[in-house]
Write a protein that binds this ligand. Sequence first.
Ligand SMILES: [Cu+2]
Length: 141
Amino acid sequence: MSAVRKRSRLARAALAAVALAAAVAAATVVVRGLRTAPAGLLRAVEATAREASDGMPEILLVAKGGDWEPNVVHAPAGRPLRIRVARAGRHGCGDTLLVPDLGIALDVPASGEASAMLPPSRGEVLFTCGARMVKGVFLFE
Ligand SMILES: [Cu+2]
C-alpha cells in the first residue's frame, strides 16, 4: 500500500470518527432519552453496504462484546438498506439493535442472523442498543 493511499485511508477513518462524534453529540438533542457510550465509539470500524444478489444494498452488523462491527456504515442515500445482525459471543448489549429515528427494533438471535429493511434515508442515522446507548451510525450519502 502506498504511503499516500494509507494516509488517505487514515484520513477517512478520522473523518468517520469525527462524523460519529458529531452524530453522538447531536443525538442527545435529536433523539430524546438517548444515552451515549462515547468510550466504545472512539474506535470507528467502517464498512460500506454492498449490493446483495437481489440488488438490495446490504450490510452485516456483528455484536462483539458491547460494541458493533462495523459501527460506521456507508450506504447509498435514498435507497432502502437491508441490515443483517448477528452476534459473536454473549453480551446483554447485543440483544437488541434499535434505529430510533426509523422506528426499527430488531432482536438479535443467540445464534444465526436476523434482518430488517431500513426505509430510504439520507444523512446520519444512529443505531443503539436496547438501552438506547449510541452504538454507531449509518451514513446515507
Ligand atoms: Cu447497551
